[in-house]
Design a protein around this ligand. Structure first.
Ligand SMILES: Cc1cc2nc3c(=O)[nH]c(=O)nc-3n(C[C@H](O)[C@H](O)[C@H](O)COP(=O)(O)OP(=O)(O)OC[C@H]3O[C@@H](n4cnc5c(N)ncnc54)[C@H](O)[C@@H]3O)c2cc1C
Length: 426
């Protein structure tokens, strides 16, 4: 078993063209994942000079490590969101989640990115009978408030969707899609460069300082750059360099295992419609077939961000989880295991706008493949035209209750236990 990302065995992400490190740019973007590269492409197409500064290499963060599920909806149920934000704003947020998939689809087509994008739909499976009742309510609310149709699949029809007997029904959304994220981020990087953006790997940003009324001085491992605007696109890897954002984001580990290539018949039995699948628990499992017919199975096996030890432990936990869903995979060899860091805001919502003069977009809570690409573009448009109409800019970006968080998530083991308890009780 290799401790590495399966997706990176399907493509070697090309390094950006070598260039001299610039002294100035209209916009400096920190982070070369989906958010930063999508913004870079849009800004460069809009005529701005753009420098993308990446600590490691293109796509090194969550963007090459995820499950490749391009999902509709937000992390929280419609009723909770409506109670919090009202019908009109919630409807705009939901519409953004749908638009984000169209946006990715169009971008992939326009830029000719070979990344196995496919509108295969997603299936949410109910771990308890009560969860299926929740699906019924949620589908009804989604249709009524947002005009978006999802399909309920009763337990007795579920074998058309999944070769597992442990669930109590499902909810299908045909608008969701699947993608190979490493190929996608590589294509996005090429598209950003083609539009005129300059991308610099191994350029960790150490410090961002205000300089005069208009600009910023950005100290990096490669030199100092001055820019009129800074866009922070660091997601779960947000650090002390941007302390105001760091205090608002909880970095949470998520882990994935991938099996050997499965026989065609077995793969068709496990997932007859090739859906992106996740279950209804808080401590959830998400899984799918890869384009070459492996089972990719992920979950928050440990809450802490990835280290060699959390990755190793997660491999065993996830294999047990996978066998509880699919006993048919008992003999299947696990060939890959890896981890990555998700970005959760305290209200479990995306946030995109401006704080202390810095532009940012983060807080995707595991729904980031579509949303990061989309909000990267939205923030880029707001920098170009000075008007921000994305619905996530309209909500306050909360910090920890009582301010009990300085960016080091000491409470993660407690949060993990809390969610396990909730899954047991509800
Ligand atoms: C295991 C896993 C599975 C997931 N599965 C899914 C899924 O199936 N569907 C879905 O929608 N979402 C999923 N997600 C979430 C999704 O991958 C992310 O929301 C998305 O990739 C975020 O993209 P990003 O560009 O904002 O951040 P990232 O891709 O994380 O990029 C941030 C970059 O910032 C760089 N950086 C940080 N600090 C600095 C600095 N000081 N200077 C320079 N560079 C810096 C980092 O090196 C990193 O490359 C998953 C995430 C993980 C970890």
């Amino acid at each position: 078993m290799q401790e590495k990302t399966f997706w990176l065995d399907t493509i070697e992400i090309p390094a950006p063209a070598p260039r001299e490190f610039p002294q100035r740019a209209d916009v400096a973007i920190i982070g070369a994942g989906f958010t930063g590269l999508s913004a870079a492409r849009s800004l460069a197409r809009g005529g701005a000079s753009v420098a993308v500064l990446e600590s490691q290499t293109v796509g090194w963060g969550a963007s090459s490590r995820n499950g490749g599920m391009v999902l509709t909806g937000l992390k929280l149920p419609a009723a909770t969101l409506i109670a919090r934000h009202g019908k009109e704003l919630t409807a705009r947020m939901y519409a953004a989640s749908l638009e984000s998939i169209d946006f990715v689809e169009q971008l992939v087509r326009e830029e000719n990115i070979t990344c196995d994008f496919s509108r295969c739909g997603h299936l949410e499976v109910a771990c308890k009978p009560k969860h299926f009742d929740d699906f019924r309510r949620s589908a009804e609310e989604t249709a009524r408030h947002f005009g978006h149709q999802q399909r309920l699949i009763p337990k007795e029809q579920l074998q058309c969707e999944i070769g597992s007997a442990i669930y109590h029904g499902g909810l299908v959304d045909d608008s969701s899609a699947g993608v190979n994220p490493a190929r996608y981020v590589a294509g996005l990087s090429r598209a950003a460069e083609h539009a005129g953006a300059a991308i610099f790997e191994h350029s960790h940003v150490d410090e961002i300082q205000r300089e005069g009324a208009q600009g910023w001085k950005i100290a990096t491992a490669r030199g100092t750059l001055r820019a009129q605007n800074v866009f922070v696109a660091t997601s779960g890897y947000t650090s002390r360099v941007t302390p105001t954002l760091q205090k608002r984001i909880i970095p949470i580990g998520s882990y994935i295992i991938v099996t050997e290539i499965l026989p065609e018949k077995l793969a068709a039995e496990l997932s007859p419609r090739n859906r992106m699948i996740y279950d209804s628990k808080n401590y959830l499992y998400y899984y799918r077939l890869t384009p070459d017919r492996r089972m990719l199975f992920g979950g928050r096996a440990a809450f802490f961000p990835e280290t060699s030890s959390t990755i190793r432990r997660s491999a065993d936990i996830l294999r047990r989880g996978m066998l509880s869903v699919y006993p048919q995979l008992r003999e299947a060899k696990i060939e890959y295991v890896w981890g990555g860091t998700l970005d959760f805001a305290f209200d479990i919502m995306p946030h995109a706008g401006q704080l202390d003069g810095l532009h940012f977009s983060l807080g995707y809570a595991g729904h980031g493949v579509g949303m990061s690409t989309y909000l990267g573009d939205r923030i880029a448009q707001s920098i170009l035209c000075g008007r921000d109409e994305n619905p996530f800019a309209a909500t306050p970006f909360p910090g920890a209750p009582l301010g009990l968080y300085n960016g080091r998530p000491w409470f993660l083991p407690l949060a993990g236990l809390w969610y396990k308890l909730l899954d047991w009780l509800t």
